[in-house]
Structures are given as structure tokens and as C-alpha cells.
Design a protein around this ligand. Structure first.
Ligand SMILES: Cc1ncc(COP(=O)(O)O)c(C=O)c1O
Length: 380
């Protein structure tokens, strides 16, 4: 059966912005500066202003943004870093790649964001940082996490890879902690035409160190102050992202409208748990994640109705092969583990048509009602 509603179709966004994107890439082509330079600096300034911080440093990916931000704060071997047990594995791998040890922390059963009580309990003598993830584009509980970070003198590094434009009590995600990491992977709310990422911070010294760490430890050509990698956001990607940035708030508003319609139309279904919006949170709705005790059956029924869905994520990082045999793998995080078996991401995006939204709603309603007798037995 054809896919009536793909999970995410990026083509309409390109079509909407075709003129601006053509101007941007031609400017880069003709400008002749294809590493660092004015296109990158212009985007960094625009993105910092959008987030509401003093500095943005463009890097090669969201993973690199996290790793470089940790290193720029001196986090490394011997340090432990608290990370949510429900996240994309990059949050954990960045810690490992920085030479530190990720320590999994369970998430809140309602919002699936890092649980502040569990984080407070996990702080030990070697804890150097907390990395809350604004998972699905919903802000983590910043007030409670900032209090823990302040009390224990920990770095608070936001993983804002899914949260471009989200707000917590009016402030943008990316401007809440000591620093933040963004991804510009194509499917993100602000996505490039390839890989990319950025670090945001108000700390000029951290920004300067991050600029060195993305560029062979160098600020002056052929002078290298420390051993580092090569992870510079391409000027071509920067120019394309700069062309897309002015649309981000409007596109997020459209995502929010889709989410509001889903939440209204799916509220009464047996067994189906809808995403919860916490007090003070204004999500970016990167994903619309429902939970259902018969998740796989629900997904199959939706697929048969032409609705493409994805699972973010089927395996929590501590249960993945990458962490097999480590202390993290032995830990239990029941909320994250249960969520991995129940979550299902419905199509959401700024270019989903109203007809597509209604089609998703009809399909979810009939699938959930058909599964109701089973769901009733297994519902939590
Ligand atoms: C929560 C989270 N952190 C980090 C990343 C890593 O970003 P990238 O794919 O750009 O390396 C992603 C996205 O893929 C993500 O969703």
C-alpha cells in the first residue's frame, strides 16, 4: 500500500524556500570561501541572536557539538556525566568520546524528560556535569535541574538537538544552561542539507575554546595550542541554514497546531497515552510521541492504512551493544525501558496538510479502538 502520509517529507520545505536557498548556495559558490569565513560567522551571529545568547559556534554535527562543549568545559577522563536513559545514543556517545563516563538517569513517567529526583540521587563525588535532553522538543525541567547543578557545582549542558525554538518559561532552549548543543541534521526543526551542529553559550572563553577544538586546536593559521579534531560547520550549510532560520518560528507554530489537533482528537482513546506538556514548557514539537501497550500492533495497523510512523527509540542507550559490559548496562531505568517498548512517533511537520492530519487521526482512532480489548488489559 502506498504511503498516504510519510513520516516526514522534506520536499515541501525546500520548495517553499527554493528562491532563498538558490541565492544562498550561489553566493557561497561565487564567494570562494568554503571553510570558515563570513557565511559561517553570519549564521553563527543570527543563530546566537535567535537563541538569545552571546555566542554560537558552528560544528560538524550535533554529536560533535556535545563532545566539544564537554571538552571546552574541561570535562574528560575521571569525570562522570549524568545523561537521561531515554535519548538518542549521541548524548551518551559524546560523553564517552570526551573520555568521561556516562551515568544513566531515569526519566519522568509523564514527560519522559530527565527526572530531577533521580538526577539528584545519582550525583556522586566524580559527577562533573548534567546533560538534560529536551527530548522530542519538550524542554526538560530546567528549574529543578539548574538547582541541582548549582548546589553540586556541576556543568549544565543542554542537549537541544531536538528543541530549536522551544521555550521554557519564555526563554529559548539553548539559552538555559551553561551551554547547549544543537544538531542541524536534515530532519531537525532547523535542518541543513547534510550534517551540522552548533554550540551556544554566553561564556566568551568557552566559545573561544570550542572554536579551537573544532579546528585542530588553532585560532591562528598553523599555530596549534592543543590536540583537537576537525569539525567545522561548512559555509555552504551555514548559508542554507541562515536562509531557513527566519522561517523557524512560523514552522514551529504549524507543528504546534498539528500537535494541538492530535491532542484534541485522540484524547479519549483507550490505552493511548498522549504527550504531556509540563507547566512552563512551550515545546518545539520535533516529534509527537504517543505510547501504547500494543505499540507494534498499532504501528502495523497504521502502516496498513498508509501512515508511516517511527520509534524514537526502540533501545535505550544503556541497553545498546555500544554499552554492553559497562557499569551503565547493569543499571535499571524502568521508566525509560518501558517507554522504549511503548513509544510511537506519529507524522508531524510544518508541511503536513490538514487532510493528512485528519487521515492520521482517523487511522489512529480506528486502530486504537480495534486494539481496545487488549489495551484495556495492558493499559497503565
Ligand atoms: C537528542 C539528540 N542528541 C544528539 C543528536 C546528534 O546529532 P547529529 O545527528 O547531528 O550528530 C541527535 C540527533 O541526531 C539527537 O536527537
Amino acid at each position: 500500500m502506498s504511503r498516504a502520509v510519510p513520516f516526514l517529507d522534506l520536499a515541501p520545505g525546500v520548495a517553499e524556500l527554493r528562491g532563498e536557498l538558490d541565492v544562498a548556495w550561489r553566493r557561497v559558490l561565487e564567494g570562494g570561501r568554503w571553510i570558515l569565513g563570513p557565511e559561517l560567522e553570519a549564521f553563527e551571529q543570527a543563530f546566537a541572536a535567535f537563541v538569545g545568547v552571546g555566542h554560537a559556534v558552528g560544528v560538524g554535527s550535533g554529536l560533535d557539538a556535545l563532545e566539544i562543549a564537554l571538552r571546552a568545559h574541561g570535562v574528560g577522563p575521571g569525570d562522570e556525566v549524568l545523561v537521561p536513559a531515554a535519548t538518542f545514543v549521541a548524548t551518551w556517545m559524546a560523553v564517552t568520546r570526551a573520555g568521561a563516563t556516562p551515568v544513566g538517569v531515569d526519566v519522568d513517567p509523564d514527560t519522559l524528560q530527565l527526572d530531577p529526583a533521580a538526577a539528584a540521587a545519582a550525583v556522586g563525588p566524580r559527577t562533573a556535569a548534567i546533560v538534560p535532553v529536551h527530548l522530542h522538543g519538550h524542554p526538560a525541567d530546567h528549574d529543578a535541574l539548574a538547582a541541582i547543578a548549582c548546589r553540586s557545582r556541576l556543568l549544565l549542558l543542554e542537549d537541544a538537538a531536538q528543541a530549536h525554538g522551544a521555550r521554557w518559561r519564555g526563554r529559548r532552549c539553548g539559552a538555559l544552561g551553561d551551554a547547549a548543543a544543537f544538531s542541524f541534521y536534515p530532519g531537525k526543526n532547523l535542518g541543513g542539507l547534510g550534517d551540522g551542529g552548533a554550540i551556544t553559550t554566553d561564556d566568551a572563553a568557552v566559545a573561544a575554546r570550542a572554536r579551537r577544538l573544532r579546528n585542530y586546536g588553532s585560532t591562528e593559521r598553523y599555530h596549534h595550542d592543543e590536540v583537537a579534531g576537525n569539525s567545522r560547520l561548512d559555509p555552504l550549510q551555514a548559508a542554507l541554514l541562515a536562509a531557513k532560520l527566519p522561517r523557524l518560528d512560523a514552522w514551529n507554530a504549524r507543528r504546534a497546531a498539528v500537535a494541538a489537533r492530535y491532542r484534541e482528537a485522540l484524547a479519549d482513546l483507550p490505552g493511548l497515552r498522549l504527550p504531556v506538556v509540563a507547566d512552563g514548557a512551550d515545546p518545539a514539537w520535533h516529534l509527537f510521541v504517543v505510547r501504547h501497550p500494543q505499540r507494534d500492533a498499532l504501528q502495523r495497523r497504521l502502516a496498513a492504512a498508509g501512515i508511516e510512523t517511527l520509534i524514537h527509540y526502540p533501545v535505550p542507550p544503556h541497553r545498546s551493544g555500544a554499552y554492553a559490559g559497562t557499569a551503565a548496562a547493569a543499571a535499571r531505568h524502568p521508566v525509560a525501558e518501558d517507554a522504549a517498548a511503548a513509544v510511537l512517533s506519529l507524522p508531524i511537520g510544518p508541511h503536513l496538510t490538514e487532510a493528512q492530519v485528519e487521515r492520521v487521526i482517523d487511522a489512529v482512532r480506528s486502530a486504537a479502538l480495534a486494539l481496545a480489548p487488549v489495551a484495556a488489559g495492558g493499559a497503565r
